[in-house]
Design a binder for this molecule. Structure first.
Ligand SMILES: NC(=O)C1=CN([C@@H]2O[C@H](COP(=O)(O)OP(=O)(O)OC[C@H]3O[C@@H](n4cnc5c(N)ncnc54)[C@H](O)[C@@H]3O)[C@@H](O)[C@H]2O)C=CC1
Ligand SMILES: N[C@@H](CC=O)C(=O)O
Ligand code: NA
Length: 432
């Protein structure tokens, strides 16, 4: 047996401790599979004395995580701290510059600096691995980089945030409110340090930008992703969606056509019978359309200590086996800079929920505005009667396919109508 491969692990939170546990309990299996003994030699986190339920007293401790990159006791750096800039970025850059392979779960870092880090890795001959950064335990990076390498990928559609999917599912199944379900997701270790990244769609956008780069062979373009989260989805939307035969999911969608990329993350109504509609709880799913393979669907747990540790360790094993592939499948100079299509060009059907006064002519005014923009109504539901003067009733409208720009013009006018009491709620309907 050759010398052990020595790991320096920065970040001892949900994922860090999950990774240490997995490495310990699967020690023999891993040794047989990669022909090397993996040894964690050094660690770093914010608070040395914290009780983590895992004995770290025999591991070399560094207050400064960046010291792992330069330590002569560390062969591979595993970055599990999080953060776009600051210590995580410096650690990864320093390790790569020193020619040390890096394994990271940090999608924010990769979405903002992925192309530059890939370039650094290539220049120094080190490899950069990020399977845990997208869709947790699902080996989707490996699938795109290796399993589907013979295909041109046309589109990627995914549920990429476990926290939002857990919130939407639990609200639907239990009727509980948004805030208390989010607190559960945090306690379960699913949410980001700043949970607004989860509920505002930013985390899913980070992941989509990485899948886009891999799938279409382009530079990572996180600012090019249109992002909307689930903060404004109410219990009434979830109930109306059910009634109309849909489920609400936060989808991340990337399409590549004629040299331009369209990347968007937003809540969608999807047909209740579509396979992705039944991906519930903390599960994620990724659907990739390839020209030779057709449709592929990958599903599994997208967050949490053990599923994420599973992906981190898979990357470590790849390093131990000597696998060294370009970070985004292609050498950096071969990655294209594709133009971004704006959301205004989106074409699709829409769900609108309006709070309207219950009086004559209201519906006629709304449908006239939609007609003026050539928007055709598919269904309309008006619920209940208001018991007090000035009280609103919900009106839900679904439309046939139309253009986003036309829909936004119509909504701006509808919002001005004095019998419409709140800004309209819009959710896109995605045909899958
Ligand atoms: N929790 C999950 O389900 C998943 C998390 N990730 C990613 O994995 C990374 C870690 O996430 P969690 O374990 O959930 O976070 P966490 O908040 O539970 O743990 C973060 C750890 O990093 C340490 N840390 C943070 N900043 C530091 C600094 N400047 N210097 C030294 N130590 C520092 C903290 O002390 C803590 O031990 C993040 O990039 C996250 O986006 C990826 C997939 C799933
Ligand atoms: N906060 C993320 C964790 C995994 O990437 C999520 O909820 O999906
Ligand atoms: Na993954």
């Amino acid at each position: 047996m050759s010398d052990p491969l020595r790991l320096g692990l920065a970040g001892l939170g949900t994922v860090g401790i999950g990774t240490l546990e997995l490495l310990e309990t699967q020690r023999n299996l891993i040794e047989i599979r990669c022909g090397k003994f993996l040894e964690v030699t050094a660690v770093s986190a914010r608070d040395r004395g914290k009780d983590r339920g895992f004995d770290i007293s025999k591991l070399q401790w560094h207050d400064d995580p960046v010291a792992l990159a330069t330590s002569d006791k560390v062969d591979i750096v595993v970055e599990l701290m999080g953060g776009t800039d600051g210590a995580a970025k410096t650690l990864v850059e320093t390790a790569l510059a020193a020619g040390k392979p890096v394994v990271t779960a940090n999608k924010a870092l990769m979405a903002h600096h992925g192309t530059a880090l890939a370039h650094l890795a290539e220049s120094s001959g080190a490899s950069l691995h990020f399977e845990a950064a997208v869709a947790g335990g699902i080996p989707v990076i490996k699938a795109l980089r290796e399993g589907l390498a013979g295909n041109r990928i046309h589109s990627i559609t995914g549920i990429l945030n476990g926290t939002s999917n857990y919130i939407l599912t639990t609200m639907r199944e239990t009727g509980r409110d948004f805030g208390s379900v989010l607190a559960d997701a945090q306690a379960l270790g699913y949410a980001e340090a700043d949970p607004s990244f989860d509920i505002d769609g930013v985390d899913a956008a980070h992941k989509l930008a990485l899948l886009t780069a891999l799938a279409f062979g382009c530079e990572v373009d996180f600012p090019g992703v249109y992002v909307e989260g689930i903060r404004n989805i109410g219990a009434e939307d979830i109930a109306f969606a059910e009634e109309l035969g849909y489920r609400i999911k936060l989808l991340a969608i990337a399409e590549c056509n004629n040299g331009s990329v369209f990347q968007r993350v937003h809540p969608c109504l999807v047909d209740r019978k579509a396979p992705i509609a039944s991906v519930d709880g903390v599960f994620n799913a990724v659907v990739a359309e390839g020209d030779y393979v057709g449709t592929t669907l990958f599903e599994g747990r997208g967050a949490g200590a053990y599923p994420t540790a599973s992906a981190v360790v898979a990357d470590i094993i790849d390093v131990a086996r000597g696998q060294q592939l370009p970070t985004f499948s292609l050498p950096v100079e071969r990655l294209n800079k594709l133009s971004t299509r704006p959301m205004a060009e989106h074409v699709g059907a829409y769900y609108l929920r309006l709070a309207c006064l219950d009086e004559a002519g209201v519906i006629a005014d709304i449908t006239a505005t939609l007609r003026d923009e050539n928007i055709s109504v598919e269904t309309m539901v008006q619920r209940g009667r208001s018991s007090k003067e000035g009280q609103s009733v919900p009106v839900v409208i679904t439309t046939h396919e139309t253009n986003e720009a036309a829909m936004l013009r119509a909504l701006a006018r509808i919002e001005q109508q004095k019998s419409v009491l709140e800004p309209p709620h819009l959710i896109r309907i995605e045909a899958l």
